[in-house]
Design a protein around this ligand. Sequence first.
Ligand code: TXA
Ligand code: MG
Length: 324
Amino acid sequence: MQLLGTTSSDLAAAAELLRAGQLVALPTETVYGLAADATQPLAVAAIYAAKGRPSFNPLIAHVADLAAAEALVVMDPLSRQLAEAFWPGPLTLVLPRRPDCSVSTLAAAGLGTQAVRVPGHPGFLGVLRALGRPVVAPSANRSGSLSPTTAAHVCSSLDGAVAAVVDGGPCNVGVESTVVEVRDGVAWLLRAGGLPAAAIEAYTGPLQRALHAEQPRSPGQLLVHYAPTTRLRYPAASVETGEVLLTFAGQTLPGAAPLAVRDLSPTGDDREAAANLFALLHELDSLGAQAIAVAPVPERGVGEAVADRLRRAAAARSENNHAS
Ligand code: TXA
Ligand code: MG
């Protein structure tokens, strides 16, 4: 595996690998993505193989700008307003595919819709411009495990499966993009993410929130995600013997003394908590504790996405219950 930086010649080299049908891990502002040229079915299939991902889970097409998105999908006025307000940035829009959409139908996993976003990272945008084609990219981790927010996380999870990793530094948002679908003028929140719901609601009014059990509208949301190897308890009211503690804003919990303590945000900032979430979970996961007890995180702003990922990590694991 080649380690690339973000000079223009390195980004051009990454684009050439993609053009040749190879997989390349690329930095975004949310998490690292496992990228393939979206127009090559074999390259898209290689993503599913590398991640060990159920093939029914559809992928996000990343493009350089709104015009490139409009070539793939049919934009309604409200979706276009959101795109203009928040792209580049941590917002994914699910929209009807154009009949001539160049993204492999494999990436849409049999749905008539296509998820699109313009990522807010100059490294990824540089690769998109050099390639001149859409790029599909799920989070660059094996299916069911923690999302990567550094190049080192990618290397430890996917070494051997990718031709190169572009190291663009730690991801500054730290949780995946917010996924929204407008249907008949009504906006649905399919996945809480790096863009706070309240920012979107300024344009859409109250978002509809699909109850996962009743109205699963985003296939990846059905499944347990983001799980460390160590058992995780969220929200924890106390610490049990042999546990490590992941806290927020300096909270202490009653019970046993934790073997180690990390704080998502000592100052109580939801954005800082999101940016630290996966790196701290990776770190605590490596300590061999009985379990990771996680103190409650307030669900304001991007804290909704942080709490969502923690609940998923805490959900029971089972054989056919993991993805993304
Ligand atoms: O921040 C992100 O979104 C990162 C970076 C790399 O861009 N990507 C990412 O991709 O998180 P992935 O594949 O791990 O998650 C994509 C989510 C899944 O929950 C999937 O079910 C949903 O988007 N999704 C994709 N296409 C969809 C579609 N056509 N309809 C409904 N949901 C869709
Ligand atoms: Mg994922």
